[in-house]
Design a protein around this ligand. Structure first.
Ligand code: FE2
Ligand code: FE2
Length: 264
């Protein structure tokens, strides 16, 4: 499908809402890292070695672990492409800081797989199995245009899988004895919130810059949500799917986007 490109004719419409400089970013990440390590240090050794979860939990959790790990792994690649092709510096800066965030998330999720004792040869199969978010991320990895990547991955996907979804995942993991996943999700939320906000500012700027951009963004939204719908197919993750759409529409509808007709 040939996607139409859109440009921000007046780049001064976009400003990083977190107002980060290199110095502020490094300081923020250092504090974040300290906080993460302090939280991890409170996890009892048994729990950290995945001895407190049921064997049945681990069997089923491999899909969730793969969804976490490979979406972060994909993010390190697509956001690097977005940075390399960024049309102006302020946007490039946001992408580069995000690249560092995603690399950290990727390492956190690798540790989960390893501590849970799941052999690396099983990871990719779990990700490529039906019912994961693999189809969506493989699509984004084929894109080269910064604006399209940020609209689809940051605005739609992160906007949907945003804070509410990660809070549900964190609580669910903790209730089953998987404290490391819970700590990881809660750490990740703080960065993802920043990724969503700069994408939101970008989308708003694009629509103000040229109202016709709304149609293209609407089509990118429809394509993205359709690729995600597979996760909810068969009604298995109905509740997850409703929350996912709910989080996204909360940020998208006020900007003039319409709900997508998605076949599940
Ligand atoms: Fe991430
Ligand atoms: Fe992110």
């Amino acid at each position: 499908m040939a996607s139409r490109r859109i440009v921000l004719k007046d780049p001064s419409r976009f400003r990083d809402p977190a107002n980060l400089t290199w110095e502020r970013y490094v300081g923020l990440q250092a504090r974040e890292r300290e906080r993460y390590l302090a939280e991890k240090a409170t996890i009892p050794a048994d729990a950290l070695a995945y001895k407190t979860v049921s064997p049945r939990y681990l069997e089923r959790a491999i899909d969730q672990f793969a969804n976490n790990y490979y979406s972060e792994e994909s993010a390190t690649h697509y956001i690097a492409t977005a940075a390399a092709n960024a049309p102006f510096d302020e946007l490039k800066k946001c992408c580069l800081f995000q690249l560092a965030d995603e690399q950290r998330h990727l390492e956190m999720d690798r540790e989960v797989f390893e501590r849970a004792g799941i052999p690396e040869r099983d990871w990719l199969g779990a990700w490529e199995a039906p019912g994961t978010t693999c189809r969506f991320f493989r699509h984004v990895l084929e894109l080269e245009d910064t604006i399209e990547i940020l609209v689809k991955a940051n605005f739609v996907a992160e906007g949907a899988a945003g804070p509410a979804t990660f809070a549900v995942l964190a609580d669910g993991a903790e209730a089953r004895g998987d404290v490391l996943s819970a700590v990881n999700h809660r750490a990740r939320i703080r960065d993802e919130t920043r990724h969503i906000s700069f994408a939101r500012v970008l989308v708003k700027a694009l629509i103000e810059d040229d109202p016709e951009n709304l149609d293209v963004i609407q089509r990118w939204q429809d394509e993205s949500l359709q690729l995600f719908a597979e996760v909810a197919r068969g009604g298995e993750r109905r509740e997850w799917w409703e929350g996912f759409l709910g989080s996204y529409y909360k940020i998208a509808l006020p900007l003039g986007l319409r709900p997508s007709t998605v076949s599940v």
